[in-house]
Structure formats: structure tokens, C-alpha cells
Write a new protein. Structure first.
Length: 89
């Protein structure tokens, strides 16, 4: 129940994994503590390496992702939309 509350208000911890080959961003979580997410990170990296992913970059942060997997063309569109919104601020 605590984890559900943290996730609902955007304070849960997530592992963000970005790859280039395929060009994707993955989100794994939610976790109630940063150290739990850090401990799980290696397993996600290992699985992606076994699937042939290249240039794997990870971060652990508090967030509330809209999607768990974002593919290359979606990444570009979402980045463009963020830049447009930021430019209007």
C-alpha cells in the first residue's frame, strides 16, 4: 500500500535504462527506496545485454513514467514536444 501511494504521487523510485541498439528507454519499478532500485539495476542490465542491447546507460530517480518502454521514434517525438513546451514557458 505504501508503494502504491508513493507511485501515485510520483515519489517512487524507478530504474531508467537507455539503450542504443535498439534505441529505447525502459523504466523498471516502482521501488519504495533508492537502494532497492540500485540493487535491482544489475539484473535489468544483464537481461538487456543478453538480448543484445548496446550502449546501456542507467539512472535511478524518483518519477512517475507514463510508459514503461519508449522506442526510438517515440523518444524523438517526446523530446520535440518537451522542447516545444519548454520554449513556450
Amino acid at each position: 500500500m505504501w508503494l502504491s501511494l508513493l507511485h501515485a504521487i510520483g515519489l517512487a523510485w524507478w530504474v531508467e535504462v537507455k539503450t542504443k541498439g535498439p534505441d529505447c528507454t525502459y523504466y523498471f519499478g516502482p521501488f519504495s527506496a533508492q537502494d532497492e532500485a540500485e540493487a535491482a539495476k544489475g539484473g535489468y542490465i544483464h537481461d538487456l545485454e543478453q538480448e543484445g542491447a548496446l550502449n546501456i546507460q542507467t539512472s535511478v530517480r524518483r518519477m512517475k513514467p507514463d510508459k514503461l518502454t519508449i522506442e526510438g521514434s517515440q523518444i524523438a517525438r517526446e523530446s520535440d514536444q518537451s522542447a516545444t513546451v519548454a520554449g513556450k514557458a
